[in-house]
Design a protein around this ligand. Structure first.
Ligand code: F6P
Length: 318
């Protein structure tokens, strides 16, 4: 294999993965090009040369140095055909796709329909890739949200208030569940679990009668809008509420050590398996071992298991 390309989405740890891919490939004297602006850039043939030097000083940076896009054109047949044409024209023999569900679905199409050798690296704060325990970016997102939550708690406690905090995750309750446990939150509303707002309000009133004066309730964006939940709480309990929607801060920031290490391992392994002739797979870490998963499996909707953690959250805040 003489020349490969990398295409990315953005979240913390993606740059560390780019660095690992580039430096591993350089070790094998494989030429590496970066695709600018995601799948839009692949359609437009926007490639830049990458070498050991061009990825220095990026292991600690959030986002992606390659920039990215949510490409509507790549969802079309003509867009995908143009992308394949460009890969052939630039003599690219293998493609490494770093991203979440959408990116990996695109990777699967390029492998199956375009007959391109493709290896995916899961990177998404939603942590919703099937059979992947931890995607790059998820650990940082949880830590960013937790840091914000700790600060919110200072005001919640001082002013004896109820806060409703909305976290990201698309259809996945991963960030919400992790943050609720790590942040000692009283309640978490998850897409993976039925919630009874009336019961929650009853608990708030009972807790207040016993002297409890502040609550933090986490809402996963895929479940409900924090403002709607806050309004229901006020209507049912008579207590004042405040809302914080954490938004895109969760996708940015310096990657945690966990994300940098995972990104370095997966980036290296992706080049190894691509050299090995494997395609239409993504790489992952399972029980401390590097593994591969067919992309056709990885892109299936993942339902995270929440029952045990939810039980623990409730037990510890009763
Ligand atoms: O998939 C990652 C994610 O950050 C989700 O958690 C969120 O719902 C979505 O992307 C936001 O997308 P955009 O950045 O396009 O608004």
């Amino acid at each position: 294999m003489k020349k490969i390309a990398i295409i990315t989405r953005d979240c913390a740890g993606v740059n560390a993965a780019i660095r690992s891919v580039v430096r591993t490939a350089c070790g094998y004297k494989i030429e590496v090009v970066g695709v600018l602006k995601g799948y839009d850039g692949l359609i437009d043939g926007k490639f830049i040369q990458l070498n050991r030097g061009s990825v220095s000083g990026i292991i600690n940076l959030g986002g992606t140095i390659l920039k990215t896009s949510r490409s509507k054109r790549f969802l079309t047949d003509s867009g995908q055909k143009q992308a394949v044409k460009n890969l052939h024209e630039y003599r690219i023999e293998g493609l490494i796709v770093i991203g979440g569900n959408g990116s990996l679905s695109g990777a699967h199409n390029l492998a199956t329909q375009g007959k391109i050798a493709v290896v995916g690296i899961p990177a998404t704060i939603d942590n919703d890739i099937t059979d992947v325990d931890l995607a790059i970016g998820a650990d940082t997102a949880v830590n960013v949200a937790l840091d914000a939550l700790d600060k919110i708690r200072d005001t919640a406690t001082s002013l004896e208030r109820i806060f409703v905090v909305e976290v990201m995750g698309r259809e996945s309750g991963y960030i919400a569940m992790q943050v609720a446990l790590a942040g000692g939150c009283e309640e978490v509303l998850l897409p993976e679990k039925e919630s009874d707002i009336e019961v929650m309000c009853k608990e708030i009133k009972q807790g207040n009668a016993k002297g409890k004066s502040s609550w933090i309730i986490i809402v996963a964006e895929g479940k409900a809008k924090a403002h709607d939940i806050a309004r229901l709480i006020t209507r049912n309990t008579g207590f004042e509420t405040r809302v914080t929607v954490l938004g895109h801060i969760q996708r940015g920031g310096h990657p945690t050590a966990v994300d940098r290490i995972l990104a370095s391992q997966l980036g290296n392994y992706a080049v190894e398996v691509l050299r090995d002739g494997q395609t239409d797979i993504c790489v992952s870490m399972k029980n401390d071992k590097l593994v591969t998963i067919p992309l056709s499996v990885a892109i299936q909707p993942k339902k995270i298991k929440v029952a045990e953690t939810y039980k623990l959250i409730k037990l510890l805040t009763k």
